[in-house]
Design a binder for this molecule. Structure first.
Ligand SMILES: [Zn+2]
Length: 189
């Protein structure tokens, strides 16, 4: 009997250690993300490939950086430069559409690699299933989105929430903010 219990302990303990390690890994992984600070935002991403996918899904602007082919092989520096120029020009366009040009704290943008990791991030914070493709959280001034399912309109919409929520002394009602954010993504171009 004692032998059987001991065998069970020997089998279970490493499994528990493994699960605990996985949990620590999962909760710490976002802390090890790479940061790119632009004029108006701080983009956080897992790898340079994710950042490349991120800026290549943003079809916006008219500079050299806006016309880079999706097949082009780019250096890390160039990927960071293009991502910076694209997100900052979208940010300025959103301010222009809303006519809300007040200087605000930089908006953090979390770029998840897929739907699964985006959903996991939502569940962790809100303790419920994720009904959104992307969202903005006022408390942390953070936009979260998934690189495999995003576009420039969606990014503009979420940045608009950050700009709207910080423009007035009192945050506007949720529905009003939503109407304005929808207006922004429909009038981006
Ligand atoms: Zn919205």
């Amino acid at each position: 009997m004692l032998k059987r219990i001991l065998i069970r302990i020997i089998l279970i303990v490493p499994m528990l250690i493994f699960l605990a390690a996985m949990n620590i890994f999962a909760s710490e992984s976002i802390d090890r993300w790479i940061e790119l600070e632009t004029q108006y935002t701080i983009i956080r991403y897992e790898s340079i490939e994710i950042l490349e996918q991120f800026h290549k899904t943003i079809h916006y602007g008219s500079g050299w950086w806006a016309t880079t082919s999706s097949f082009a092989i780019l250096s890390e520096e160039k990927n960071r430069k293009i991502a910076t120029l694209k997100i900052d020009s979208i940010f300025e366009r959103v301010q222009e559409i809303l006519d809300m040009r007040k200087k605000i704290q930089k908006i953090v943008v979390h770029v998840y690699s897929d739907r699964k990791s985006l959903e996991a991030a939502f569940v962790k914070v809100y303790k419920q299933d994720c009904p959104f493709k992307a969202w903005y959280e006022y408390k942390t001034n953070t936009v979260s989105l998934n690189v495999k399912d995003m576009n420039e309109g969606m990014l503009a919409h979420e940045l608009a929430h950050g700009i709207i929520d910080h423009f007035f002394k009192v945050r506007p009602p949720k529905d009003t903010a939503e109407i304005l954010a929808i207006y922004v993504d429909r009038h981006l171009n």
